[in-house]
Design a protein around this ligand. Structure first.
Ligand code: HEM
Length: 147
């Protein structure tokens, strides 16, 4: 039993659920017809998404270093590295949507062109796919697969 490991595991789960929730909220809001007040909301959600992603990294690294299994368990595990690669891909896929959202907000336009909305939705769906892969690798790694 280890309280630090437990607290880090709880925080990690809170954060990854928050991340998934924010991504789902962005997908729900970013659809043809997006404008005005919802555009501001999307901007705030995207900022929170970035902040939560950073916190996931900090808590994740703490789990590797201070977790029960010890860092050696993870660095030699292929499922761990699969998870890291999938997570990095989620981060890379999120760059374009963030840049688009910033541009939309700065332009002050009343409505966003549908073609741009649909393009951003494709990037977001890509993030959903790789986030699901992160979960697959997480479950495998926690059970020693890929060792
Ligand atoms: C969005 C990104 C992430 C998601 C969705 C995620 C998801 C999860 C889940 C669901 C578990 C529990 C697995 C289980 O017990 O079945 C877990 C465990 C863990 N995660 Fe993450 N994680 C993410 C990012 C990270 C990062 C960036 C790191 C490290 C740099 C990390 C390190 C760990 C560690 C060390 C464990 C403990 C595994 C064990 O019990 O041995 N995670 N993660």
């Amino acid at each position: 039993m280890d309280v630090v490991d437990l607290i880090l595991a709880i925080l990690h789960h809170f954060l990854v659920f928050a991340l998934a929730g924010l991504l789902a909220a962005e997908l729900a809001l970013i659809r043809p017809g997006l404008s005005g007040r919802n555009l501001g909301l999307v901007g705030r959600l995207d900022g929170a998404y970035g902040g939560v992603a950073m916190a996931v990294i900090v808590v994740g690294v703490c789990r590797v270093i201070f977790g029960l299994k010890g860092w050696e368990f993870y660095v030699s595990n292929h499922a761990f590295w699969g998870k890291m690669i999938a997570f990095v891909i989620v981060g890379l896929l999120s760059i374009k949507p963030t840049m688009r959202i910033l541009t939309w907000r700065r332009s002050g336009a009343d409505a966003v062109p549908d073609t741009e909305i649909l393009a951003v939705r494709s990037w977001l769906k890509g993030e959903v796919f790789f986030l699901a892969l992160v979960l697959v690798f997480a479950a495998a790694m926690a059970r020693g697969f890929g060792a």
